[in-house]
Write a new protein. Sequence first.
Length: 397
Amino acid sequence: MNIIDRFKKYVSIESTAGEEKADTCSDNKMLVLADLLLEELQALKPDEISINQFGVVDAKFLGDSTKPMIALLAHMDTSPSASDKDVKTRIVDYKGGDIKLNDTLSLKVSEFPSLKHSVSHQLMVTDGTTLLGGDDKAGIAIIMDSLIAILDGKKKHRSLEIIFTTDEEIGADAEHVSMDLVKAKYGYTVDGGDSKYLSIESFTAYSMKVLVQGKSIHPGSAKNKLVNASNVLIHFQNALPEFLRPEDTEAKEPFFHLCNINGNEDKAVGDFIIRSFDDDQIQQMIELAKLTARRINDSLGNEALTLEIKPSYRNMKLVLDKHPEITNEIEGIYKSLNMAYEYEAVRGGTTGSQLSFMGLPCPNLGTGDYNCHGRMEYVDLDEMKQMAEVVKKLMEA
Ligand SMILES: [Zn+2]
């Protein structure tokens, strides 16, 4: 089976992530794909294979020990932002210009200039009613295609650990991995984006819940008595630096982001996220948020505002900087294949942002998947094939 048919086979299985569950994956639908992958890996006669309660599949193929054992990871679930039921794929020999997906929806170059890099490539698109699921079934197809080519071709390979995870889209995949089973020294997630990007940096992330207890009084007799919880929350948001919001920042700039707000006069809750590439900077932002809350409380004369601040994940660069051998290796492979590459700082988190701190340093490789999480998603199939060459090289002894 070629890589394109393999990709189509994975895409045909619905696997949208749902609500996080404590003892299994968020939606049993993704277990159908997990079982298929378990079966496909089993047929390749691994030295060890398992599936855990969350549907995470881990297969080990022992090989030459002159190079350290590596893990290759991709996730099975797709984003809940759009449906992946009955995905109808179409292959386009792309000559440039806009691509009509259906009567009302087109992929426009003016909106998605990344299309310009794909002229004369084959692209896979949908009929514009679902997402494609290239995030991250392109990653799974790349890993499986490479593994089969290496094993069937009886090529000498290093020891390999293949890990297919669940619930990446709800941020739970790293914690679903049974780390006691992981034997690889380091790994690569193969998850999304332009194939030239090597992602070695991610945000350091905190969540901040702002709880406000107001004093609700009938508005008719509220003078000097009412403390409107919603207004206190709005005051807090406006007191944070106005230009440190996602819509005003880019590249390595940090932000505070208000994601959700809920409230009345008596109670209000705001869910914020705080992001920065720098650990010291994010601590200063946290201090600033605390100081802002304290000043507002002082002005009100009571503890109306309370903050619950929790760490989510950290910049994986802190770990990867200690392992230059990992970036040297992948750089060498890109060079040997005459492929352009660029280091990328991801304005988000990757599975590697968590795994790197759980003992598995883990940069991310692209797949050729673009516009993920929506109906405009497409995969540059030429890039996908090229990434299979990169992964094959990584697997070789
Ligand atoms: Zn992904």
